[in-house]
Design a protein around this ligand. Structure first.
Ligand code: AHG
Ligand code: MN
Ligand code: MN
Length: 337
């Protein structure tokens, strides 16, 4: 019997439907994602208050925790940590904001790990630009008890779920559990995420590139030739336009919806021998999302991001990610073809 397409699907309904695709599932991943959704709602509320921080005193209000206002990236980090360490489904986690792995509370250890960038693009908060939380979930490799660092050092291809929450003109959660990508928009009036972007597909090709062009004097030839090529007309296609927000989640999200290619390559001078972005918290989760949406993610020497075996928690990786044909084209230039 064909299912009638329903309207108004909530994120919890979708997470449970995803679980039904895996008869062996115990409901643990469902529970974990549901707790993450709650963390996302709390961070969203706080981000929305950010511009009011200086006038809260005047209106006699405090933030939602009733505490004095914290730096938002610290707040986001603590919110996710607190929810995850006692959700019962995580054995260990890693945060871009913390040096060492963070084990689950004793007695609350579960079968998964989570790595997260609590607030990506946080330098943009003061100027009202979208920021986001990025997450990556793996099944543990150790047997039981509190997890260890090797549970976290797994390639992106082994992720069981990944995605992000973007705090923008509206708050959206975009995630995949390996059966396509779904996007949900938070309706703040009822505090619920509703399915707004089912089965997201990134356009095959685009006319947009996102890169910090200020570093171009230090680029290697392949990247420079590629970007120059995009700027010129070729076989009847128009020159590309640039779109760079400087907040990875926002640049990525725009490209996912509209089509585009994002690059953060290594360069010769800036001390960024591996680029800037982090494999576990940024590149790998977005690579899973983009591949599930029909796009590609590679390094600037042509390796598939999802195949990289991590060496350490905070390792950086050059990232080229976006519409399939655009990444294919970049790859040709990087090979010198
Ligand atoms: P974060 O705020 O988590 O430290 O990440 C910052 C990142 C990312 O969001 C963005 O793509 C990149 O920094 C921009 O770097 P440049 O200013 O070097 O272009
Ligand atoms: Mn980041
Ligand atoms: Mn960050």
């Amino acid at each position: 019997m064909a299912l009638v397409k329903r309207k108004g699907i909530t994120i919890s309904r979708q997470i449970m439907d995803d679980q039904l695709l895996h008869p062996e599932a115990t409901g643990a991943l469902t529970g974990l994602l549901s707790d993450l959704v709650v963390a996302g709602k709390i961070i969203s509320a706080e981000v929305n208050m950010a511009g009011l921080a200086d006038i809260l005193g005047q209106s006699g209000r405090t933030n939602i925790q009733g505490e004095s206002v914290q730096k938002l990236d610290v707040f986001a980090n603590q919110t996710i940590k607190r929810r995850m360490e006692q959700c019962g489904h995580i054995c260990v986690m890693a945060s871009e904001e913390e040096e060492d792995p963070i084990p689950a509370l004793p007695g609350y250890e579960g079968n998964y790990t989570i790595a997260f960038d609590p607030l990506d693009g946080s330098t943009n908060i003061d100027v009202n630009v979208s920021v986001g939380t990025i997450f990556s979930i793996h099944r543990r490799t150790s047997a039981n008890g509190q997890g260890v660092v090797t549970d976290l050092l797994q390639p992106g291809s082994k992720q069981v779920a990944a995605g992000y929450i973007i705090y923008g003109s509206s708050t959206m959660m975009v995630y995949t559990t390996g059966s396509g990508v779904h996007g949900f928009t938070l309706d703040p009036s009822v505090g619920e995420f509703f399915l707004s972007h089912p089965n997201m597909r990134i356009p095959e090709a685009s006319l947009y590139y996102s890169v910090n062009e200020a570093y171009s004097p230090h680029w290697f030839d392949g990247i420079r030739d590629f970007i120059n090529h995009l700027k010129t007309e070729d076989k009847g296609r128009k020159p590309y336009s640039a779109r760079y927000i400087g907040s990875l989640v926002s640049d990525f999200h725009r490209n996912l919806v509209k089509g585009g290619i994002f690059l953060y390559p290594r360069d010769k001078k800036s001390g960024k021998a591996e680029g800037k972005l982090r494999l576990l918290y940024e590149a790998a989760p977005l690579a899973m999302v983009v591949e599930q949406a029909g796009g590609r993610a590679i390094t600037d020497d042509g390796r598939r991001i999802l195949d990289i075996e991590p060496r350490d928690l905070h390792q950086r990786v050059p990232l080229i990610i976006g519409s399939k044909q655009d990444v294919d084209m970049a790859e040709q230039f990087l090979r010198g073809e």
